[in-house]
Design a protein around this ligand. Structure first.
Ligand SMILES: *[C@@H]1O[C@H](CO)[C@@H](O)[C@H](O)[C@H]1NC(C)=O
Ligand SMILES: *[C@@H]1O[C@H](CO)[C@@H](O)[C@H](O)[C@H]1NC(C)=O
Length: 603
């Protein structure tokens, strides 16, 4: 996903990455390789590969479509002639979707949280103190129980004095109560304001003030918010609010499809953050669309939730999971694997306890996993390294040659011989990783395919399009593309003559990516001018959002993001330079770890 102004910014996770060294994710990758099987493993694949090298057929994933509005080249999902609006009839709001799904899956496991066994501080050799957690098993609440808690919380908020027509803010780490809180708010038609911590205190104050938040729900880890100074605020614990509601249940006051569910703040490239108004209809449309692209999604799935819920990507993913009745186990980026920084030595990380089948990831996390494992392989050297390299090459050839060959006997062999221990990192059942937030490198995508044995679905979307714009299909082995438009949206390329991108370009049409459809949000809170600039409604009533990203459509209807409008600077002699391209070229150097390119138009 293009990381750009207003898009799924990777900043909340990236910031943590800098200070917390994710390389530990790949640490502890132990002995692998069953040496005896080596010879067979090398011979059998060579025999098999001739059988499996089938002819590659090009599958049409997106098809051109005629739309209204500004002229351009528009594509919609090939499998759905009509835009998908709801997961099922009647689920037109998040509140309805939640209630119906909870009733349908009443006794199933829904939200899981790990029990805290002990907490301690260890002092590193340089004197710095680190918190280490010993966490136990997941403790689960069923769909039925979570529904009751959300109802209680909803009544509790009103009993506490939350006024009709005012907003509630959520400022907390990803956890079960986050979901219960916003579902509770929706049952009383309360709009939820979200902001992520990494935007800083000024941004937090700005957003809460702008939206006139009258109730703030925050996690215990953010106690330093300065509650003591807020003398005119009443502070109650989460369980007190639930108890209040349980004792005095109130009838719900349910929202409508066009009601604003969230005002989600994202960073602006300059100045103050912008609050994107996401309607109930937007979220259920994205959930409905994403449900169609994850194969065999259902109650047997277990989702590992740990990215910030204040981020539309994680919010959309969890909405999908709750729609299909799957279990959501909460974790955190710092406790993800056995070797994660906050995990006490010798105890288990979230992934190995939960054994998830699905998770979300931002590219930075997958990159760190890859780097960590490769470093370990390099340290080991010898036969282990040779086996790993041969296995990796064979599997890579299989994936790139014929997708179906990639799932054959050879794959099983290599999984046992070379990749078994690596797979255990994220849990051996991991089958599908939803990736978003920034463009994922081909290397990391392949690495996850091969070593983790998981499919990566790469998404493209922005907060302004409620995530749901494009998503790769599970059987598409290519890298570097973001798939066809999701069934809830159309994607149109509009020529940008000044930047040298036009829909008449050969071999592929190119232009600014404009997203239209049901998931396109209602605009920026309190900023009509800015809204008018980038949101347009065409003569047929369809809403479009101008992303500022530059893309091209492949013949099979898949989108590739190739540039960014704001990324282009005009030099003194009138020459256009793409900062992204300069940056990408320099980053690939071994001597460059991180880079910022700055262009000064003046001498
Ligand atoms: C829900 O809130 C919206 C404003 O956000 C308001 O327009 C609508 O009438 C409310 N619906 C109900 C049922 O109170
Ligand atoms: C809150 O918003 C008002 C305008 O609505 C503004 O005058 C005031 O300075 C803001 N306060 C803070 C702390 O930002």
């Amino acid at each position: 996903m293009a990381d750009s102004e207003g898009s799924f910014s990777t900043s909340p996770v990236l910031e943590k990455l800098d200070s917390n060294d994710y390389s530990s994710v790949g640490r502890g990758y132990g002995t692998y390789g069953i040496v005896g099987a080596a010879a067979a493993a090398i011979l059998i694949p060579i025999l098999l590969s001739t059988i499996f090298m089938g002819k590659k057929k090009v599958k049409q994933r997106g098809v051109p479509v005629e739309v209204g509005g500004e002229a351009g080249y528009a594509v919609h999902n090939a499998r759905h002639a009509e835009l998908v609006e709801v997961p099922w009839k009647g689920a037109t709001t998040m509140a309805a979707l939640f209630e119906q799904s909870c009733k349908k899956h009443l006794p199933e496991r829904f939200l899981g949280t790990r029990r805290l066994i002990s907490k301690e501080f260890v002092t590193a050799s340089d004197g710095r103190k680190f918190e280490k957690l010993h966490l136990g098993d997941y403790e689960w609440q069923t769909y039925g129980q979570v529904f009751d808690r959300a109802c209680n919380f909803a009544s509790g908020l009103i009993m506490l004095g939350h006024k009709e027509g005012t907003r509630a803010g959520i400022f907390a780490d990803t956890r079960a109560e986050w979901l219960i809180a916003f579902q509770g708010c929706f049952r009383q038609n309360i709009t939820v304001v979200t902001i992520y911590a990494s935007l800083g205190v000024d941004a937090l104050v700005y957003s809460l003030n702008e939206t006139q938040v009258s109730t703030l729900i925050y996690g215990e880890t953010t106690n330093d918010l300065g509650v003591s100074g807020m003398s005119n605020w009443k502070v109650s614990s989460f369980s007190e609010v639930e108890k209040l509601g349980e004792n005095s249940p109130l009838p719900p006051s349910l929202p409508t499809k066009n009601g604003i569910a969230f005002v989600m703040y994202t960073s602006g490239s300059t100045g103050q953050p912008k609050g994107v108004m996401i309607t109930h209809g937007n979220i259920v449309a994205t959930a409905a669309a994403v449900m169609t692209v994850i194969p065999k999604l259902g109650t047997n799935d277990v989702f590992l939730a740990y990215l910030p819920l204040a981020h539309v990507f994680e919010l959309a993913a969890e909405s999908v999971m709750l729609s299909v009745g799957c279990a959501i186990g909460y974790g955190s980026a710092l406790t993800l694997t056995d070797t994660s920084n906050k995990i006490k030595k010798g105890t288990k990380g979230d992934a190995s306890v939960l054994n998830p089948t699905l998770m979300t990831a931002v590219p930075a996390i997958l990159d760190r996993v890859r780097d960590g494992v490769l470093k370990k392989v390099e340290e080991k050297g010898g036969l282990a390294k040779k086996l790993f390299n041969i296995g990796y090459k064979r599997r890579l050839a299989a994936i790139e040659g014929s997708w179906f060959g990639a799932w054959g006997l050879e794959r099983m062999l290599w999984d046992v011989i070379a990749f078994k221990q690596i797979r255990a990192l994220l849990g051996v059942r991991m089958r599908f990783v939803l990736c978003g937030g920034a463009p994922l490198s081909g290397d990391s995508q392949r690495f996850t395919n091969i070593c983790m044995g998981a499919i990566i679905g790469q998404g493209y979307g922005l907060t302004e399009t409620c995530a749901g714009a494009a998503f790769t299909e599970w059987d598409d082995p290519s890298v570097g593309r973001v798939g066809p438009p999701l069934p809830c949206s159309c994607i149109k390329l509009v020529s940008w003559e000044e930047g040298g991108y036009t829909v008449a370009d050969k071999p592929m049409p190119r232009g600014e990516v404009v997203v239209g459809g049901v998931s396109v949000t209602a605009g920026y809170f309190n900023h009509q001018e800015k809204t008018k600039e980038v949101y347009k409604v065409d003569e047929r009533g369809m809403r479009w959002f101008y992303t500022g990203d530059i893309g091209q459509f492949h013949p099979d209807g898949c989108l590739e993001i190739i540039d960014r409008k704001k990324d282009i600077v005009k030099l003194q002699h009138g020459e256009y330079i793409s900062l992204g391209k300069v940056e990408a070229a320099l980053t690939s150097s071994d001597y460059v770890d991180n880079i910022m390119v700055h262009a000064d138009p003046l001498p």
